[in-house]
Design a protein around this ligand. Sequence first.
Ligand code: AMP
Length: 185
Amino acid sequence: MVRLIFLGPPGAGKGTQAQTLAQHWEIPHISTGDILRSAVAQKTELGQKAQSYMDRGELVPDQLMLDLVRDRLSQPDSASGWILDGFPRTVVQASFLDALLQEMGQSCGAVINFEVPDEVLVERLLGRGRKDDTKEVIQHRLVVYHQQTAPLIDFYRDRKLLLSVDGNRSVEAVTAELSQCFQVI
Ligand code: AMP
């Protein structure tokens, strides 16, 4: 059973890798950013609450995220495994996930930490052209990452779950390393 958390700054390649590997392993790729963007597009209540935070490059409040993830992990397809991409992003979210998984009788197999230097991230994000990929918002998302999400590296290292990969390589090289690490029959 593959249950992985992809951790790393915006632009580190988590989404690209998660999409490829989840397809390969036939498990859901759970991207909280994608779920939120679709809620914004559909103008749901969640989307309306989340939009201004996303546009500014701030994190959406934990309580909204916890409900979203609880719902998503309770869907039947999540029983076959999952890759969480972009969640957790705060220590509060990580502690909640710990408790939720325990409650569900599940556990996370590993946390993959994608390492990419900030200057490479800025270049990549500027090239991506998403609504929240303007220079100002990118800088802010990196500050938010270092302040609020980077502490999760130690959080998961202490739990002996952390595996760091060099994300500053070709997409193919990173995919090859990850699929070798988590070979499933
Ligand atoms: P992403 O696609 O993962 O870069 O997420 C895009 C935006 O969605 C982020 O800048 C946040 O505003 C919001 N977001 C996604 N995941 C989370 C999360 N786990 N906690 C708080 N906000 C999130």
